[in-house]
Design a protein around this ligand. Sequence first.
Ligand code: GDP
Ligand code: IMO
Ligand code: MG
Length: 423
Amino acid sequence: MTVDLLLGLQWGDEGKGKIVDVLTSSYDIIARFQGGPNAGHTLEFEGNKHVLHTIPSGIFHPNAVNLIGNGVVIDPVIFIQEIENLAPYGINFDEKLLISKKAHLILPTHRLLDAASEASKGKAKIGSTLKGIGPTYMDKTGRNGIRVGDIFASNWDEKYKKLSNKHMEMLKTFEGIIEFNLKEMEEVFLESIEALRKFKMVDSEHYLHQAQKAGKKILAEGAQGSLLDVDFGTYPFVTSSTTTAAGACTGLGIAPNKIKEVFGIFKAYATRVGSGPFPTELFDQDGETMGRVGNEFGATTGRSRRCGWLDLVALKYSIKINGVTQLMMMKGDVLSGFKKIRVCTAYQTSKGLQDYLPYDISDKEIQPVYETLDGWEEDLTQMTDVTQFPKNFLHYIEYLEEALETPIKIVSVGPDRAQTIYR
Ligand code: GDP
Ligand code: IMO
Ligand code: MG
């Protein structure tokens, strides 16, 4: 059986959580392949709103198995908190939640290193979520990390102490740039490790191979977005994992020729949280309106998200890198009431017009070149069928499909599960 992929094409927060939840009824397994608690995936249904960080977004469906893949980094403290938040739902985690033994653990000292590194950068900071993501992936690729399976090892205490002590030595180079109480952090961490031991750990690549053989339908859930990819994003203002399609292969052990559909999600405009280049960012009333109407506040950190017009240069790049087969457009409802909608079709740089993302986008002066389309007044949030869409909204969708050479199969018109329209 084949595997489908779902990932964000912008700077994260495109609405992945919502769409994974919507699609889960057609899948047997939902598997997260990278990132960690830097992610905040929001789901809304039956008047309830949930934010998931580590747990895959299929967890509310009765039949799907949710798997946290080897490419994910897990903070046991945040994970256990997420589990506790789900208590009212009476979910049988024994049957519905699996964790790869190869997923790496975020230690309290990883969080301290993240905070110290950011503080030392001053204005040049990445704007990290401070969840310890960068230092944990550094230990993974540096071959010093601790994997979730290690919490059952007879020398677990020793492994933990060794790495934690190493981090404390590293922290000395930052000369008291942050204040912390490691003892308190460790207490909560070690309690959470105890709790984590009760969850089902598997050799997840083997589990997924068996599932494929048995004809199960698998949906791989990405975190962050392609423009935050460690290789292809706006480096160095990126996260530390492979957020693009390749990350599903390394983060789950799925072979590239087993991937069928690649669902690419984008907002009808653009947002970014944290530092880094954002050519179409708005600093005017339009940007303020997008932020207010779109409720653009980070689901993990609560920071306000920067807003701007849709960037087709960046979107085409993401579609290419991921091999996107179908698009899903989110939050079109937020643009209702804008007289004119602008779309960036090229970048004006000192070297002339450019229609692809330059390698040095972080240092370059870029002027977006815009095409302007007519807006629409109608509220979209109660619409249930494409036939109800205003003419100019339909035109926006068709314009984008043509420019992006990819069909837009789902149009989302509100945060709720029900506000989802298939084309
Ligand atoms: P994710 O990280 O990609 O899962 O996205 P987030 O959950 O961080 O951010 C998306 C936000 O937009 C959440 O608050 C969702 O509830 C909300 N949302 C998703 N789709 C829509 C939509 O079509 N319209 C509106 N207005 N809100 C949406
Ligand atoms: P979801 O899955 C939006 C951003 C941070 C920062 C940069 C690096 O909800 O879309 P990190 O903590 O990873 O070292 O931060 O990446 N970032 C996100 N922005 N959505 C996310 O996840 C993000 N995860 C990280 O704001 O700019
Ligand atoms: Mg998010």
